[in-house]
Design a protein around this ligand. Structure first.
Ligand SMILES: Cc1ncc(COP(=O)(O)O)c(C=O)c1O
Length: 360
């Protein structure tokens, strides 16, 4: 069986270090926030070239906390792509704001800048691009589109750790950036974890309070916050894994280039990924997806979908977006298929996947 992602294999070299860190944490009785967490926050901020990093419990909370820190009037509009993970939309609703969908670009993973322009109204307060599959949205162009309007950019970087826009790291360009460390991400913890980066001291202070039940000082609660703290064990795991992020991303890019150059079947359509994409996923389109799935199963090749429903067709959200159409997002949901892009995918398995696809 060719696995879609083999996490055990990824971290074999650092397992013993991680286990000894966990032992120390148990002996010190220091499980939530604390030394390991603050040290990881500093390291991650430095990695992104951002002034501040505030950790939290997961990527969904990172987005919700970022939005809540803005103190916007209820139902202010937040523009998000019609194709993303459900969390992007849910975070907007959970922050008492209104998600406005914009389609993704033609054969592109991420939000169309033209569509953003069309969706801006007087109520728009935030644009929330998602660097889906690690493909970078041009934040600089969005800045030009919103010019002097009072609109902020919060980017969902859950799939784009280590990617860049020109020479600038993702996590340092938008007003606030939100990351997930779900285990399967390019940088993943051994459980749920997330982080927010920003260059604004104001947002940093607000988010730091909101993630800890509105408190900076024990028993003093200045805001109605949530309990969304990172625990020490996740911080220790992430600290050990961070030094390998760039090299793992390079391996992903190498595999993606091989897919791009060697898949030569006209029934398989390749997406246009941005420069400096870090390939959290490698997604292809195929009109006859059912038949392709049958072939992959027969050859014992695992695959996945990212994502089988566009935002407006998710059961819990259907009512919010009745009669809306987003053709590019709908096509990606219907025809998209994610191939294995594990940084440790062996050459022989990679060749087998390509050979199988080319015989389809
Ligand atoms: C694009 C995107 N946004 C948000 C999230 C939410 O992150 P988490 O699962 O850590 O809550 C994810 C991860 O699953 C994601 O892929």
């Amino acid at each position: 069986m060719i696995k879609f992602l083999d996490l055990k294999k990824q971290d074999r070299k650092i397992h013993n270090f991680i286990l000894s860190d966990i032992k120390k944490i148990i002996n010190n009785n220091n499980f939530i926030l604390g030394k390991y967490v603050y040290s990881f926050e500093e390291k991650f901020a430095k990695f992104c070239n951002a002034k501040y990093a505030i950790s939290c419990a997961n990527g969904t909370d990172a987005l919700t906390l970022a939005l809540k820190s803005l103190d916007l009037p209820k139902n202010s509009e937040v523009i998000i792509p019609a194709m993303t993970y459900c969390s992007t939309a849910f975070s907007v609703i959970n922050a008492n704001l209104k998600p406005i969908l914009a389609d993704i670009g033609y054969l592109q993973p991420s939000i169309s800048l033209k569509e953003i322009k069309k969706k801006i109204t007087k109520k728009t307060k935030v644009i929330m691009p998602v660097h889906l599959y690690g493909s970078v949205v041009n934040i600089n162009t969005i800045r030009k589109i919103i010019k002097n309007k009072k609109i902020l950019i919060i980017d969902d970087c859950a799939q784009a750790h280590g990617s860049k826009l020109n020479s600038k790291k993702i996590g340092s360009i938008a007003d606030i950036s939100c990351f997930s460390f779900y285990p399967g991400k390019n940088l993943g913890a051994y459980g749920d974890a997330g982080i927010i980066t920003t260059n604004s001291k104001f947002y940093k202070d607000k988010i730091k309070s909101l993630r800890n039940l509105g408190s900076i000082k024990k028993f003093i609660h200045n805001n109605i916050g949530i309990n969304s703290r990172m625990d020490s064990i996740q911080a220790a795991v992430l600290t050990r894994k961070l030094p390998f992020l760039n090299s793992n991303n390079k391996k992903r890019v190498k595999i993606a280039n091989i897919y791009k150059n060697k898949i030569n079947n006209s029934k398989i359509i390749k997406l246009k990924y941005s420069e400096n994409c870090v390939f959290h996923q490698y997604v292809i389109l195929c009109k006859k997806r059912k038949n392709l799935i049958r072939l992959l199963k027969k050859n014992k090749i695992e695959f996945s979908f990212h994502y089988p429903y566009p935002i407006h067709k998710i059961e819990a959200l259907k009512e919010n977006f009745k009669k809306k159409k987003f053709l590019n997002a709908e096509r990606l949901a219907k025809e998209g298929l994610s191939l294995p892009i594990d940084p440790n995918l062996s050459n022989s398995n990679l060749n087998k996947i390509i050979k199988t696809l080319n015989t389809f």
